[in-house]
Structure formats: structure tokens, C-alpha cells
Design a protein around this ligand. Sequence first.
Ligand code: SF4
Length: 175
Amino acid sequence: MSNEESTKSESRNKKENNLLRAVLGRKTTTQTEPLPDSETFIRPDINSKSLVLRHVDVGSCNGCEVELGLCFAPIYDIESYGISLTASPRHSDGLIVTGVVTSNMAAPLMDAYRATPAPKVVIALGDCAINCNGLGDGYGVEGAVGEFLEVDLQIRGCPPEPKSIIAELRRIAKA
Ligand code: SF4
């Protein structure tokens, strides 16, 4: 390799190393989408015939998620009642929370709540979310959802069946 080629190669390696350091050293932060301008934003009434929810798993065994997921299967088709899930709390009418609130998920739960525009509902799905389901003394367990947020609807069961999830959600969606 000539001297010139060697210098070019060294310079390229240096650039790549700097880039790698910049990427690896970058701190990750939670980015919250800004609220829309209140003068131009017209939020539909929460009592419209639809209900869009952000699901937050704060420490579930995943049983409640399986049943919630089944609600969206063709046999139950919860979306035909105007009920759906969204990835962003900014676009939701409220939160549907599963599991006991664990230490690591208490702050994200509150972040999701604060990011949800008012008026908003909080739904505790499953016995863990409602009353810790016997897991209250477990390490890393902070409590039930009601100890952090005012809960508007409780859907009981371990786990609740899709039929009862849909029936309860329809009551507040007024579909
Ligand atoms: S209520 Fe039952 S199914 Fe749901 S997260 Fe708790 S243990 Fe799992």
C-alpha cells in the first residue's frame, strides 16, 4: 500500500471510529410528541362511538395480553365496535393497563398518563392491575394501578375473557 493510500485508510478509520463513539456514547431519552396547538386542535368528544386506547403492560405475566390480543381476532372483532389500540398515548382516549405496577414501570405509566390528552379514561385490565392478585409482596412490586391513578373501569379476571373485555369496553365506548 502506498503512503497516500495508507493515509487515506487511516483517515477513513478515524472517521468511522468517531462515528461509532458518537453512536455508542449517545444517551437515549424518551421523546414525547408535542401537544397540538389548542386553538386549532378539535378533540372528538370521548363519548363518541369509538374508543382508542394505549395499552401499558406494567408487570403482567402476559396472560392478559393474550386475551386482549384475542379481542382483535376475526372471531371477536372488537374493532367492529369502534374500539382500537394505538401506539401513542397522544392519539388515545385513555390507557388500558395490565399487570401489577413494578418499580421499573411506575414512571413510564405516569409518563404515558401525562402524555394522554384530557378527557381520558384509565382501565385496569385483570386482577393484577386491580388488586395485585396476591403478588403485592413480591420484590419489585409497587402496587395496583389504583394506587397510582384514578381507575375509571375495572375488568376482573385472571385473565378476563375476550367476551367480558369487549362487553366492558363497549359500555364506555357507548357503541
Ligand atoms: S391477572 Fe392473571 S393473567 Fe393477568 S397478568 Fe395477572 S396473573 Fe397474568
